[in-house]
Design a protein around this ligand. Structure first.
Ligand code: ATP
Ligand code: MG
Length: 568
């Protein structure tokens, strides 16, 4: 009895935690509106995908998987002006990288132009569409406003025969761009402006990347999209909130074209991040103005940029999950994305030593030419990653700010007379230092205590500070790039003139960083923790074996706290 009730409660919890889209789908399946589930991701190939698209991709793919259905990748390439083949390739790469598998279902909306044309002819024959000679400006004028109804076009009552002939002429290139359009005949008095005889086909003498010069008429989005969904057998067509007012038109099209399995449109809120530019328009401008190094500059949140920076598909999946699905627009803190990548890499990646701002440390009492190989854990929290050998010698490099000539209170790192632990190695005590003419420290002198070797069980005395280091003789050299948000958070995203408020410190390049030698073989996209510094990834664009380049993915510390009411 108790058990049963427990199971009941579990089942209850499960239904409650389903998001509203899952609830719709389950109801449709239960009531027989559809037998299986088919979703799609329909990008327009006019730019690179960003983190917002990742949400849409993972949502659509996730639902298909959850209900044993299908997920299609479809390029919405009905608009011949902006589309580029370069974007088709980048989008395919990004979707695949995120782990969304479209199997053999890669589609192009432009492959359906013939069917769309036939659908339009069908509407004309049913008296549900007409050719209109009003100019774009006149159409706008006739459309009315939110408070006033529209006026009917003087061409609205053309006969079916005349409409068929004119539409065929449109297709055959008889008319100039903008001189005629095909409009759905719905209701000029509708409170929903989208239903006031919307344009569904326009004349445009333009080459299309897929169909070339075959067509000089192109369908409008609101007409094309439901047809694309219906042709593919999409059951749930998930889009973002701005299309909510277009849903009646979506439903009108699938009804009037008489599809047997009408797809259903469902809207959810777009993902926005704080202090980050996601809009294609702004990213394009940053790229074109040379402010960033292409669409994959690691400061951007395009998927290509996140990948180059060192984010993993798992971290983005986790992020999207935490964001949840909602019906109201809101912004998510960028720190949550950082939290997700930290959590993902924490146990998976080795913790290596790298000195980003080196100053030399000499151990006066260590044998001149000796190199000793110390055994160090790859990751203290994950023994499965095993051990590595780290060379140790008389001359080392440490971080410049791990030494102070005159330390403030509570500074536990190196200063004259103080003893610290060199991570994984020995205690060293500072016995002196040298400076150049400008007063910069050039060398720090220490003595070490052989009794204090890490792992030897030494308990004689304690030190308060542990610092990382790299042996001078065997060090690998690298350039390290440190990033901050590209937008100046303090000042807000936009200036008064609408330009972006750029953070001048968004990129810091450290040229001569020194790494432990095991890192010399790191390949593009390999990532590591550099102890005390953060997570770093080999840059896939600029790094080569002779000149390594690392991007900082994220630092180690954060004030970010997972929201208590998160959907985790
Ligand atoms: P942008 O506004 O950045 O230019 P878009 O909406 O024009 O993006 P599309 O290629 O038309 O880009 O979008 C493909 C799919 O991705 C659409 O279904 C769209 O609703 C969805 N999408 C776009 N931006 C977001 C976002 N910020 N959050 C969630 N889904 C999004
Ligand atoms: Mg778009």
């Amino acid at each position: 009895m108790e058990l049963e009730r427990g199971a009941e409660r579990e089942a209850e919890k499960e239904t409650v935690s389903k998001n509203f889209i899952e609830q719709i789908i389950e109801k449709d399946l239960a009531e027989g509106h559809c037998k299986t589930v088919c979703t799609r991701f329909p990008p327009e190939p006019n730019g690179y995908l960003h983190i917002g698209h990742a949400k849409s991709i993972l949502l659509n793919y996730g639902l298909a998987k959850e209900y044993g259905g299908k997920f299609n990748l479809r390029f919405d390439d009905t608009n011949p002006t902006k589309e580029k083949t370069e974007f088709v390739e980048s989008i395919k790469a990004d979707v695949a990288w995120l782990g969304a598998d479209w199997e053999d279902r890669l589609f192009f909306a432009s492959d359906y132009f013939e069917q769309m044309y036939e659908a339009a002819v069908k509407l004309i024959k049913k008296g549900k569409a007409f050719v209109c000679d009003l100019s774009a400006d006149e159409i706008r004028e006739y459309r009315g406003t939110l408070t006033e109804p529209g006026r009917e076009s003087p061409y609205r009552n053309r006969s079916v025969e005349e409409n068929l002939e004119l539409f065929e002429n449109m297709k055959n290139g008889v008319y100039e761009d903008g001189s005629k359009v095909l409009r759905a005949k719905i209701d000029m008095a509708s409170p929903n402006i989208n239903m006031r005889d919307p344009v569904i086909y326009r004349v445009a003498h333009m080459s299309h990347h897929n169909t070339g010069d075959k067509w000089c008429i192109y369908p409008m989005y609101d007409f094309a999209h439901p047809i694309e969904d219906a042709i593919e057998g999409v059951t749930h067509s998930i889009c973002t909130l701005e299309f909510e007012d277009h849903r009646p038109l979506y439903d009108w099209v699938v009804r009037e074209v008489e599809y047997e399995q009408p797809p259903k449109q469902i809207e959810f809120a777009k993902l926005y991040l704080t202090n980050v530019v996601t809009g294609k328009r702004y990213i394009k401008k940053l790229v074109e103005d040379g402010i960033v190094d292409g669409w994959d500059d690691p400061r951007l949140v395009s998927i290509a940029a996140l990948r180059r920076r060192g984010f993993t598909p798992e971290s983005i999946q986790k992020f999207v999950e935490l964001c949840g699905i909602s019906k109201s627009n809101s912004s998510v803190d960028y720190a949550m994305l950082e939290y997700c990548i930290r959590e993902d890499l924490k146990l998976k990646r080795p913790r290596m030593m790298a000195v980003l701002d080196p100053v030399k440390l000499i151990i006066d009492n260590y044998p001149e030419d000796q190199i000793e190989y110390l055994d160090v854990e790859m990751n203290l929290e994950n023994p499965e990653l095993g051990m590595r050998k780290v060379p140790f010698g008389r001359e080392l490099y440490i971080e410049r700010d791990d030494f102070m000539e005159e330390p403030p209170k509570k500074y536990f790192r190196l200063f004259p007379g103080n003893e610290v632990r060199l991570m994984g190695a020995y205690f060293v005590k500072c016995v002196g230092f040298e400076k150049d003419a400008e007063g910069n420290v050039t060398e720090i002198h220490c003595t070490y205590d052989p009794e204090t070797k890490c792992g030897s069980g030494f308990t004689g005395r304690k030190v308060k500070g542990t610092i990382h280091w790299v042996a001078a003789k065997t060090a690998a050299r690298a350039e390290v790039r440190l990033y901050e948000n590209i937008i100046d958070e303090e000042k807000g995203v936009y200036n008064e003139d609408g330009s972006l408020n750029l953070n001048p410190n968004s990129l810091t390049v450290r040229k001569d960083c020194l790494l432990e030698p095991a890192l010399a073989d790191a390949k593009a996209y390999d990532s590591f923790q550099f102890v005390r510094q953060g997570f770093f990834c080999v840059d896939a664009k600029d790094s080569c074996p002779d000149a390594l380049v690392f991007n900082r993915i994220v630092s180690l510390k954060s004030s970010f706290k997972l929201p208590q009411n998160g959907n985790s």
